[in-house]
Design a protein around this ligand. Sequence first.
Ligand code: ADP
Length: 315
Amino acid sequence: LISQDAVETRILKGAALARSLRAEIAAAKVHLNDLGCRPPVLASLLVGNNGAALAYRASIDRTFRKVEIEHRHVELSATTTPDDFVAALADLNADPSITGILVLMPLPEQLDPHLLLEHLSPLKDVDGITPTNAGRLHLGLPSLRPSTPAGGLELLDHAGINLEGTRITVIGRSNVVGRPLATLLTQRNATVTLCHRKTKDLAAETLGAEVICVAAGSPGLLIREMVSPGTVVIDFGVNVVDNGKIVGDTDYDGLIGRAGAITPVPGGTGPVTALVLARNTLAAGFAARRGTLDDVLFDLPEALLRAAKADQAAG
Ligand code: ADP
């Protein structure tokens, strides 16, 4: 007997969207070069050798190699003092050959993440974490946007999901994922509920949603009983479990046949995040020209956009 609520679940893989993003990146690279700017370069700063940080750096390597953007590794020892960390940031900020700077998390405990927020140049802040970029995002001004939520929005658009007036529940209010995602969705006229650890009845908030976005860092948090039939589920979780496997924040198998659509982990939001980071590195290149974040919204000339679309159609 097929249960009454059995639905066909669409698997939202990032691959098709990735193709379109790669085409856009290629066109933007040509345009940046046409404007006489230096080629884009991302510098990632690794302090110590945390496993999660190393894994993320390796995934950036793979993506940037594909889109032919340089990713420069900068490394500091695990015992780096706050003063030396700030000095290293100042060097990267001042280096004109570097377009974007990403500091790999987590930092060793003697380094307060606030140091980074205060000392990273907003013009090179490709993860949109500085007060300037976060503030501009919340005010609706052009800014460098955190890659993960910006990529999530692209995925929803690419899947043809209408956001206007839609009830969306976001689980997690971190500064890099949940909170900026809620802002971006609100700006797209969704009706957003932002949940977190103190939310009293999480299931009540998820059962009423048409779209659920999970960024809680908690494996298997979103289970079948919390999801109404047909709901779209976007999973931003990246959790390394006992056997070294990477899983998201949902009970993926349990949601098949219940959710209307779901992003797998790995292979859903992850590949899109790294490509948006590459696009942000280019966006920072445009911003560097006149030294203003107003230039991050690169309006590509028509001819370039047409060429990018043709490339995409050609596969
Ligand atoms: P990430 O980088 O994945 O966003 P953080 O650890 O910075 O992860 O933030 C996790 C967020 O998820 C926090 O806002 C926290 O309140 C939320 N969260 C974690 N576990 C739960 C849970 N069981 N229910 C609801 N929210 C949760």
